[in-house]
Design a protein. Structure first.
Length: 378
């Protein structure tokens, strides 16, 4: 089933590593919500006849929404689309932006999963990253989530900070596990272009962690998570049995999704069998509101995906997550013979396993995922 995504483009303060679109003020919230209502209503015919089974509020910082504002967005979405009654509804939450009452209100509006952006429990690292909260607020946020009745709580962490030692990362990881999350995402710190972090690196104020050090931290993470009973179901994602993110799993299995808000992306297979489409909204709140004010969709890029693009995405997304069904791929895209031979080599090298025709990377393969995907793609 397809998914819905809503991008809330506000943050209290930008973190130094972040390249997601957001601005550091909520004063434009009312105008944004008017535009969002308009966008959802305009896009409503696209989802005719479909039932959506996941909804994700990302950003930005969706937990800056007052419950009355979230209620308004939920009302627009429910008016325009059919949401499955058991839909997974996730809201990204930043420690320092929520109270028990606010989390309870979100829950009464249908939110049933919180993804809490903690990143680190080390005060020095939190300050370096530019986070707005300290470690105690991060712990409190998870406790509040449980107190408010959330049975599905995910925690986001970042590792491989410049100069980070194994012990420091392991302390953060075990602190997170002590809080008994149902799901954990651990991303290595990426130096994205045009961020304060990239400028610090250019000015030689900090040096990214060497690749070998990062690989060692990743290996350690996989080991700790597996021993703690988590399933490693995507390069950077771990879940207790039954708690995989349905929303992200839908992305990785190439399901359709409709995204709303500045910079949001969509991927959709038209019902008439035409080529699948991808489009992206303008990554600028002023233009987003102005275009919707004129009754136009705020689309900055739209493309029809070619068969080669679709095949490569299927390979890339599958290898990153639960595997690639080689039979399906062969039937749909007539994979060149050397790619099938490569699958055999990967199994022999211990980088992958073949289970019922599905090629799935092992822990060793995950470490080389980008490289392997590049070799497999057509
Ligand atoms: S809170 Fe999240 S979206 Fe906002 S700047 Fe930090 S990482 Fe980016």
């Amino acid at each position: 089933m397809p998914s819905l995504y809503v991008h809330i483009p506000f943050c209290q303060r930008k973190c130094i590593y972040c390249d997601f679109y957001s601005i550091e003020t909520v004063t434009l919230m009312e105008g944004f919500l008017d535009a969002l209502d308009a966008e959802i209503a305009l896009a409503s015919p696209v989802g005719d006849g479909e039932t959506f089974d996941t909804l994700f509020f990302g950003g930005g910082t969706p937990s800056l929404l007052a419950p009355s504002e979230l209620e308004r967005v939920m009302r627009s979405l429910r008016r325009a689309f059919t949401l499955d009654r058991d839909a997974e509804i996730t809201l990204e939450t930043n420690p320092g932006t929520v109270s028990l009452e606010k989390l309870r209100d979100y829950r009464s509006l249908g939110v049933n999963r919180l993804s809490i952006g903690i990143q680190s429990f080390d005060e020095k690292e939190l300050r370096f990253l530019g986070r707005i909260h300290d470690a105690a607020e991060a712990v409190r946020c998870v406790e509040l989530a449980r107190e408010a009745g959330y049975a599905n709580v995910s925690v986001d962490l970042i590792y491989s900070l410049p100069g980070q030692r194994a012990g420091e990362w392991e302390r953060t990881l075990s602190k997170a596990l002590e809080l008994r999350p149902d799901h954990l995402s651990a991303y290595s710190l990426i130096v994205e272009d045009d961020t304060p972090l990239a400028r610090m690196v250019s000015a030689k104020l900090v040096s990214p962690n060497p690749v070998e050090a990062e690989a060692a931290l990743y290996e350690r993470t996989m080991d700790v998570m597996e021993r703690s009973g988590f399933e490693h179901y995507e390069v950077s994602n771990y879940a207790r049995p039954g708690f995989r993110s349905l929303h992200n799993s839908a992305y990785w299995s190439h399901e359709g999704y409709l995204g709303f808000g500045p910079s949001a992306h969509s991927f959709w297979r038209p019902v008439n069998g035409d080529a699948p489409l991808r489009w992206a909204n303008v990554p600028a709140l002023g233009r987003y509101c102005a275009e919707l004010g004129r009754g136009e969709l705020p689309v900055a890029m739209r493309e029809e995906l070619t068969r080669a693009q679709l095949c490569n995405e299927r390979i890339f997304l599958g290898l990153r997550s639960t595997g690639v069904d080689l039979g399906n791929l062969e039937d749909e895209f007539a994979l060149p013979a050397d790619r099938l031979a490569l699958a055999g080599d990967l199994v022999e090298e211990g980088a992958a396993v073949l289970e019922g025709g599905t090629l799935r990377l092992t822990a060793r393969g995950y470490m080389l995922c980008d490289e392997i995907a590049a070799r497999m793609m057509v």
